[in-house]
Design a binder for this molecule. Structure first.
Ligand SMILES: NC(=O)c1ccc[n+]([C@@H]2O[C@H](COP(=O)([O-])OP(=O)(O)OC[C@H]3O[C@@H](n4cnc5c(N)ncnc54)[C@H](OP(=O)(O)O)[C@@H]3O)[C@@H](O)[C@H]2O)c1
Length: 347
């Protein structure tokens, strides 16, 4: 069996999960090199890794480079992905820097694996909330068509990186300590943080807030626009009307989505359950009589997308609701990227 030299760039929330997923899926690894901004030793699941400061020479002989560094001007991808490609690697990028580039396939393997063949060196992983929504909706789209999607996401702190998880822990610990010393009802549920320690725009401990990313066109955030634009690109259908509200919730890992769709053809909830139960990468948990539905705490560490609460809109003929949950660091990032790498090597 052929072996492939892999580079993982970034050892934050997603990068660590990449290292795990590569091992767990028995990826045919030749050499594995790990890069970040600084050199150090790290340990993941009792396995030691030498992290090296990123450099051009580091990409010599690399077959696939999995980028999980910060996005934007100061991030890893804009600076280093073209260099990795020039050295002969295929880049699979987790950030938003290349997602809407017409020369870069944007791929959820369960939906549009075929687009991988069109790559010119860089393949982009979609945003975490787009990935899980499309895994769940694609089988329905193929059977009944979808003309409209309205969704609210409930996104975990780890979606904003390791610093955001630390912020959540700090806030929860501070508020719980206040509760213990002052007693119920007396203690504040707000807490101050030094500005440099605040990664998210608001307090998340004991709170939720409807802002992920920055506000942009028509008062939607850029995270909300990602759901629109990425869905159109991946599904090759820009006629679907999509409107989203993205909300940060005090969950460590695992995004939930309340998704409303209007299908083109009538499809009954039981038919949707049957189709989704047979679809790759989906687990249906939908037994309201026994209070069974997907929850992020149960999805953490898993690769599947979990779907439940499938039900009709009593007032709109082709309207359906679904509740969709997945681990944002696994299927929403690392697993999807490694699946793309598997498609690349299998041709
Ligand atoms: N978190 C999610 O759920 C999620 C889901 C989908 C996609 N993504 C995307 O995945 C990427 C990584 O996210 P994350 O949550 O893992 O971020 P993170 O926890 O903040 O970690 C970022 C990592 O990138 C490294 N890095 C940053 N700038 C670099 C540079 N110029 N050169 C080399 N390494 C650099 C950092 O190195 P040091 O450790 O040395 O500081 C760190 O290891 C982002 O593009 C994000 O948008 C995240």
């Amino acid at each position: 069996m052929n072996k492939y030299n892999i580079a993982v760039i970034g050892v934050g929330a997603v990068g660590i999960e990449m290292l795990r997923v590569l091992r767990q899926r028995n990826f045919p690894l030749g050499e594995l090199r790990v890069f970040a901004r600084t050199t150090r030793e790290i340990e993941v699941d009792a396995e030691k890794y030498s992290v090296k400061e990123i450099s051009a020479e580091g990409f010599n002989g690399i077959d696939i480079a999995l980028f999980a560094g910060t996005e934007g001007e100061k991030g890893a991808s804009l600076q280093w992905a073209p260099m990795a490609v020039a050295k002969g690697a295929v880049v699979i990028d987790n950030g938003a820097d290349f997602r809407m580039d017409p020369n870069v396939p944007l791929v959820v393997p369960e939906v549009n694996a075929r687009d991988i063949r069109k790559h010119k060196g860089i393949i982009a992983n979609p945003n975490c909330s787009t990935i899980q929504m499309l895994v769940a909706l694609w089988p329905v789209y193929k059977k009944a068509g979808i003309k409209r999607i309205i969704l609210t996401t409930l996104q975990a702190s780890s979606g904003a990186g390791r610093g955001a998880v630390e912020q959540l822990w700090h806030e929860v610990e501070t508020i719980v300590a206040g509760h213990k010393s002052l007693g119920a009802g007396q203690s504040p549920v707000t807490c101050d943080l030094r500005p440099e320690a605040r990664i998210m725009p608001q307090q998340l401990g004991f709170n939720v807030f409807p802002q992920i990313g920055s506000f942009s066109e028509c008062d939607y955030t850029n995270e909300e626009w990602k759901l629109v634009k990425e869905t159109h690109k991946i599904m090759h259908d820009d006629k679907i009307k999509i409107s989203a509200t993205t909300v940060r919730v005090p969950v460590r890992t695992g995004h939930s989505e309340s998704v409303y769709i209007e299908t083109r053809k009538l499809i009954e909830p039981q038919k949707v359950r049957n189709i989704l139960s047979r679809a790759p990468g989906i687990v249906v948990i939908d037994d309201p009589k026994h209070n069974l539905y997907p929850m992020p705490k149960d999805a953490e560490g898993k690769d599947e997308t979990f779907v439940g609460r499938i039900r009709k809109d009593p007032f709109v003929k082709n309207g359906l609701w679904l509740w969709v949950v997945a681990d944002n660091l696994r299927k929403g990032a690392a697993t999807n990227a490694v699946q793309i790498a598997e498609c690349v090597i299998s041709g």
